[in-house]
Structure formats: structure tokens, C-alpha cells
Design a protein around this ligand. Sequence first.
Ligand code: IPM
Ligand code: MG
Length: 376
Amino acid sequence: MTYSIALIPGDGIGPEVITPATEVLDTIGDASGHVFNYVELEAGGCAIDRTGEPLPKETLEAVKQCDALLLGAVGGPQWETLPGHLRPERALLGLRSGLGVFANLRPAKLLPQLRSACPLKDDVLVSSNSEGKAEFDLLIVRELTGGLYFGERGRSADHRAAFDTETYTWDEIERTLRMGCEAAMGRRKKLCIVDKANVLESSRLWREVAAVVSKAYPDIETSFLYVDNAAMQLVRAPGQFDVIATSNLFGDILSDEASALAGSIGMLPSASLGGPLAKNGRPMGMYEPIHGSAPDIAGKNIANPLGAILSAALMLRYSCGLEKEARAVEDAVSAALDAGLRTRDIAAKGRTAANETIVGAREMGEAVIALLEKTL
Ligand code: IPM
Ligand code: MG
């Protein structure tokens, strides 16, 4: 098959992590006969510099013609003083809503090789893991095109008061929870809905919808947590979670927290799904590592490309239907970690472990490819 992939490397470390990710895809292509045709596009700060807009209309239109979008990161200090609607981050919001990808899947998994990069103590990890291992494996399903990010916002006439609103419709909640339930069915069949129903009316609507949706999934054990408690439970006993379904803002915050427990924000991939099917009849998806543009380390070849590479794996799985290839990429990442290769962010904290070698983004990408080639 031939797949057309929109590529938005973006700003900061975006290009440095997207290059190894596309090289990984090309390795898959060479071995399997599938062809990945890239359509390189601009969004974020680089688009502002060239066109004055974070998300040029042509970019969104071109992405819609593709089978999937792989994005690095957008943003940087030079654009931070621009008004809200002209900031690079608007490009992300415009792409998410423009593509209709309302569910953001963020798997957060502590790989055994990264145990020493996780800040939690052994007993904290072990006590909540059903197999008594110092590991956890959870999935955050974050609502992505509604809530506070897209609600009405503004300023008072004198600009001394400001507001943002959290609005959710029944349908927006229902489709997100269904996605959460579908994900849970393919995993350990546990769904925890995170909200703030003791205070927010919109959260109480989430609970009403959940009561209806959960009837269609009798095999799933559904629970509810207030977000403050969930933030605490994540560090107290991360192994208790399977799938967490939550609103846009809460998902944003909890996924950063979960990523630190998984060793580094540089490790986490994401898949945004739920919009219209692509021309090839498969789910069109937007795939991005959850880390940002990290301008402080951009251009130094020290970024972690694994979040982007694992995002490419999710793309192979969901938008290309290439499960075997997706697993091969994930296994190659795991093998690179087995071999002791570490970017700085995932090296053992505070000391250099004897069996670890610190490498750059390029070298990590090359290692993953070499290990991948062996298995294809
Ligand atoms: C993320 C990021 C974005 C978000 C920012 C850059 C707008 O933090 O993808 O998690 O808040 O959604
Ligand atoms: Mg975030």
C-alpha cells in the first residue's frame, strides 16, 4: 500500500525527533514494500515567521488530503508575546479541531529498562501492580476538541478580568467515553473517569453520560475519581490504573504527570483519533510525541526521539493497519533500551549506571533502525 503522510516537524526539537521517526518508517517501508509518501508542511512558529499565521489554511487543507499526520512540536520563546490567537499553540488546536480528532490516546508505560529513571520507590510501584512488578501500564484517553480549550473566553472592557469556560455536550462526552471503553476492552477492562464532579456542573454531566455508556460495556469495571485525588493516586499507586478517560484540561495535566513516572516526557507518544476516515477508509489520525518544542535543547542533538518514533508506531497501528510493523518498532525501541542506550532525559538519575551509554537523538534513531532491520 501507499500511504500519504503529512509531516509537520514544527519548531524547536520537532525536526530533530521527526527525522528519526520518518527514517524508522522508511525502514518499515523498505522491508514490507509499503510506501510512505511524505507531504512536508508548516505550522506553529515557523509558519508564523513565514506567513504571519500559526496554521495557514493550505496546511490544514493539505493535511486533510493525507492518511495521517505526524507532528513534532510547536512553540518557542520568540512567539510567546504574541496575542493568544496568533501563538504557535493555536496551530495544534486548529489541527485537532479541523481534523475532528476528538480523542487523544496517551499510553504511559514504565518499561522495566527505565526503572531507574522513574522517581517512585519500588514499594510504591510494586504495591499497586497486580503481578507485584515495579512497573505500570496505563492509557489516558483525553477529550481533545472541547472543554476549556475551546470554550468561550474573553476579557472585561477594562481588561482587568478574564474568563475561560468549560462547556461539554452530551455527544462530546459520549463519543470520548466510548473510545475509552473500546480501548479498555482491548486491555485490562478497567476504566477510571476523572473529573471534578464535586464542584463542576460539566463534570456532573460526564458522570450522567458515563452511567449510560457503561451499560453497553458490562465487562468493564468503571470507577470515578476527582482530579485532585487522581493526581495523588497516580504517584501513590500508578499500577491501579488501566484506562483513564477525562476532559481536555485534566488529560493534559495528568499525562504530563504520568510521563514523569514513565521515566521522561520524551518517551510518550500520542494518537489523536475519531475524525472522518481517510480516503483509504482507515482512521485518519494525528500522531505526536507529548513533549513540547524544548527550545533550550533544540539543535544540540540531545533530545529523546523515542516519543516521536513510538508515535510513528501508533500511526502504523491505527492509520495504516500495520499491527505487526507497529510492534516491530516498539520492540526495536525496547531492544535499544535493553542495549543500554539512553538519551540524557532517561539516563539513571543522579549517577551514570555502568550499563548505560548516553547517546544523542541521531544515534538513538540509528540504533533503533539497526535493531529493527534485524527483525524485519
Ligand atoms: C499537549 C500540549 C498542548 C496542549 C499545548 C502545547 C497547547 O501541552 O499536547 O499536551 O495543552 O494540548
Ligand atoms: Mg500537555
